[in-house]
Design a protein around this ligand. Structure first.
Ligand code: PRP
Ligand code: URA
Length: 213
């Protein structure tokens, strides 16, 4: 895969360790859910290194008053792509409990692999916010590209996309279609199979999170 300026692939031993457990077909639904949340929290730490709206605040320590940088109130909106993106929301909420949540519902047509939209509900004034779009799987990139297009049509200008596992095809497609969106992927897998599943991957993230298979 090309080296894209707007793509960050994590190469961290702790994340690699957690992903190895996540992939295992014997990992329980409970553990899978917990791991997705933990990995999301670790990714958020790096994802928010730049571009976070901050304000100055005076803080009185026991010794003196100082000026500190704090994250602006109500500056971040989390947008999961349904269903599987829901599994990442708590991983960000532990850091920003008051972040509002918008929802974009997309499912992949099993034949064409094209995303089909079925739901969109976003918080008001989302155009002024830093939007963290989340989905554990970035396969062909169709869902992420459509979700970003929907956010842009609502005026969003500051969008970051986080996925746990990415396929090179999907990462390239999103990076090239939306060069203004920074993409954070915790690990880059080998390729897609003939059914559009990521290899080695972890199977169907939605089914594993919600026990639907
Ligand atoms: C999965 C996944 C992404 C999409 C990725 O969702 O959570 O949204 O596939 O594939 P793409 O990059 O090829 O678009 P799915 O459509 O299976 O829906 P679900 O989350 O409801 O299971
Ligand atoms: N969606 C998933 O849940 N898993 C894949 O491997 C590809 C798309």
């Amino acid at each position: 895969m090309k080296d894209y300026k707007n793509v960050t692939i994590f190469d961290h031993p702790l994340i690699r360790h957690k992903i190895a457990i996540l992939r295992d077909e014997n990992t329980s639904m409970k553990e899978f859910r917990e791991l997705v949340e933990e990995i999301t929290t670790l990714m958020t730490f790096e994802c928010l290194r730049e571009g976070v709206p901050t304000v100055e605040k005076e803080v009185k320590t026991p010794l003196e008053v100082c000026t500190q940088q704090v994250v602006k109130d109500n500056a971040i909106v989390i947008v999961p792509i349904l269903r599987a993106g829901l599994g990442m929301v708590n991983g960000i909420h532990v850091l920003f409990p008051s972040a509002r949540v918008g929802h974009i519902g997309l499912y992949r047509d099993e034949e064409t692999l094209e995303p089909q939209e079925y739901y969109c509900k976003l918080p008001s004034h989302i155009e002024d916010k830093l939007v963290l779009l989340v989905d554990p799987m970035l396969a062909t990139g169709g869902s992420a590209c459509d979700a970003i297009k929907m956010l842009k049509s609502h005026g969003c200008k500051n969008i970051k996309f986080m996925a746990v596992i990415g396929a090179p095809e999907g990462v390239s497609r999103v990076a090239e279609t939306h060069p203004d969106v920074h993409i954070f992927v915790s690990t880059l897998d080998r390729c897609l199979n003939e059914n559009g599943y990521i290899l080695p991957g972890l199977g169907d993230a939605g089914d594993r999170l919600f026990g639907t298979k």
